[in-house]
Design a binder for this molecule. Structure first.
Ligand SMILES: [Fe+2]
Length: 141
């Protein structure tokens, strides 16, 4: 999986969500950069640092989206929140011992999971939520 480059099709129509998604792309690209970096032999510390950053930021970001959905009485909030929780569980359950054994394989697995999840989730669930909530917010103004 290559670097994630932001494209206009990723926009969900709510600026604060788009800004946070771009930051998640940046964190993803740090994983990519670490994987490519041949000067670092032991990447364990780097992997852990990025995973903590990813976990913390994803938590903040999901909270932002869930607040927006709640504020708009979004009908699919529960389903959407469940997807966020599944992601957090997966990221938080990555076993550091396994990372130590096979770092490159682990980095590739993390990249594939995070990259695919982000793109799929943004393009389907977040865009659906964005379309609905942007319209509701306009009416609320
Ligand atoms: Fe989401």
């Amino acid at each position: 999986m290559m670097q994630l480059l932001w494209k206009s099709e990723y926009s969900v129509g709510i600026d604060e969500v788009d800004v946070q998604h771009r930051t998640l792309f940046e964190i993803f690209n740090e994983i990519h950069a670490l994987r490519q970096d041949k000067t670092v032999v032991d990447k364990y510390d780097g992997i852990i640092t990025i995973l903590v950053r990813l976990s913390n930021y994803a938590e903040v970001h999901f909270h932002t989206e869930e607040e927006i959905m709640a504020g708009c009485n979004y009908p699919q909030l529960a389903e959407h929140r469940q997807k966020h929780q599944d992601f957090m569980e997966k990221v938080n359950n990555i076993d550091p011992d396994k990372i130590d054994m096979q770092q490159d394989r682990y980095l590739r697995e993390i990249m594939d999971f995070v990259g695919n999840w982000l793109c799929d989730h943004i393009l389907v669930m977040d865009k659906e939520m964005g379309g609905f909530c942007a319209a509701v917010r306009q009416q609320q103004q």
